[in-house]
Design a protein around this ligand. Structure first.
Ligand code: ZN
Length: 422
């Protein structure tokens, strides 16, 4: 009576009458004789319809004992089978998250993305579907549903921040589809961790800003979001985590000069070598508006161009000023990929063993450092400095310096004009 064996209810819950006179202690097997339903006996206890139903229940005589199955899930699978299946599903989730973990996001940002993947962000579209909001559109007035596709790419705010990041030389992709975005992030894991990290930070910060807008009626500026997206990435990668992502990263590979993020400075370095072993190393430091801060050049004798470029970085040590320490971050950019890799490895070594070549230790005094590789065209001004250094060493801290040749000023102006900043 209490067991569920006819459809999904036990007999006490069936809307039917059962003749239980003298049959109070009948067991199910008393209706079975010789491995078949005993129709006669069934008819004495159950109504016609119920007997019909019971006769449809197959009897497996070769089975040893009944096993427990879920009564509302007619999958025909045992609990064990269902549990195993669930564990496999879970594994898929874990695999999905394995690559996400490699992006080395801050925990709260990783959690945000986890919620995005599982459609658990309380966006207007989410609330609308659950009848908790009257409007499913983006609160910024984009005129689109505020779904995942919108949150990772289509929103006007995201587009503006991406424009800004691209203006600083970070080649950020634009997505219109959430799945495309995940696919691209997955690819970044192998090649461009920094890229993926900055992108994820940006989407998170744009969402935070949107929440501020809802509650406090003001938003974070595009500049603030873009600069923080980079800062978060650099802090979590440079200070605490491994840095192989910096090593081969080509993301800052630019064919034109790009200014650094707001509050940062960029140092372009280069070296020049003549056949007679006369060598010049030079560099130029500019701010986020492309404004000149300092330029230097050192004359030397050498025969290895790569080593010279490294020396240009080492020369910085002698030039470090307080205002450089004040900057939010420093981007050291050169067109020699091997040197950029070498610098990355030095920093990586420092993070693992806390040992760093004492000649490079000064780099740790900056708030944040990013080493970036640019194409020659993005490094023109440093190239001019290196070539000028073939003649004599120099240090310019003011554009009014009479020693600055017109070729340098012309290139500086040209690169600034290209940014639309002057
Ligand atoms: Zn929007």
């Amino acid at each position: 009576m209490q067991d569920t064996w006819i459809l999904d209810r036990n007999l006490t819950h069936w809307p039917t009458f059962i003749n239980i006179q003298n049959n109070q202690y009948l067991l199910l097997n008393s209706f079975i004789s010789n491995g078949c339903w005993d129709i006669e006996k069934l008819n004495t206890v159950f109504s016609k319809h119920l007997v019909k139903l019971i006769l449809k229940i197959p009897i497996w005589n070769n089975r040893e004992a009944d096993s427990v199955v879920l009564k509302t899930k007619f999958s025909g699978k045992s609990i064990t089978a269902l549990a195993y299946e669930a564990s496999l599903n879970h594994k898929e989730e874990v695999v999905h998250w394995k690559w996400f973990k490699k992006l080395k996001l801050k925990p709260k940002i990783e959690f945000f993305w986890w919620r995005l993947c599982y459609d658990a962000i309380p966006s207007n579209t989410f609330l609308f579907k659950r009848k908790l909001s009257n409007c499913s559109g983006c609160p910024r007035g984009c005129g689109e549903d505020e779904d995942n596709n919108h949150l990772v790419g289509s929103c006007s705010k995201i587009k503006k921040v991406i424009d800004l990041l691209n203006g600083w030389g970070f080649k950020m992709p634009r997505f219109h589809d959430f799945e495309d975005c995940l696919e691209s992030l997955k690819n970044d894991v192998g090649t461009n961790l920094l890229f993926g990290n900055i992108f994820c930070n940006m989407v998170f910060l744009v969402w935070k800003s949107r929440c501020k807008f809802i509650h406090d009626k003001y938003e974070d500026s595009d500049n603030y979001i873009a600069a923080n997206a980079i800062s978060f990435a650099v802090r979590s990668n440079f200070i605490h985590l491994q840095s192989e992502n910096w090593g081969a990263n080509q993301l800052l590979l630019n064919s034109t000069w790009h200014p650094p993020p707001t509050g940062w400075i960029k140092i372009n370095i280069d070296a020049a070598l003549k056949r007679n072993h006369l060598a010049g190393m030079g560099g130029v430091i500019r701010d986020d508006k492309g404004r000149f801060l300092m330029a230097f050049g050192n004359k030397s004798l050498h025969w290895d161009i790569s080593h010279l470029e490294l020396m240009a970085v080492l020369d910085l040590k002698k030039l470090v000023k307080d205002w450089m320490m004040e900057a939010q971050g420093v981007i050291v950019e050169g067109d020699n990929l091997n040197i950029i890799k070498l610098l990355n490895n030095a920093v990586k070594e420092w993070k693992v063993s806390k040992n760093i070549d004492e000649n490079l230790a000064f780099l740790l005094e900056f708030k944040q450092v990013v080493f970036s590789h640019s194409l020659r065209n993005g490094n023109k001004l440093a190239d001019i400095c290196a070539n000028l250094a073939l003649v004599r060493s120099f240090l310019w801290e003011d554009l009014h310096d009479a020693m600055i040749p017109p070729s340098f000023l012309y290139c500086l102006k040209e690169e600034c004009d290209a940014l639309g900043l002057l």
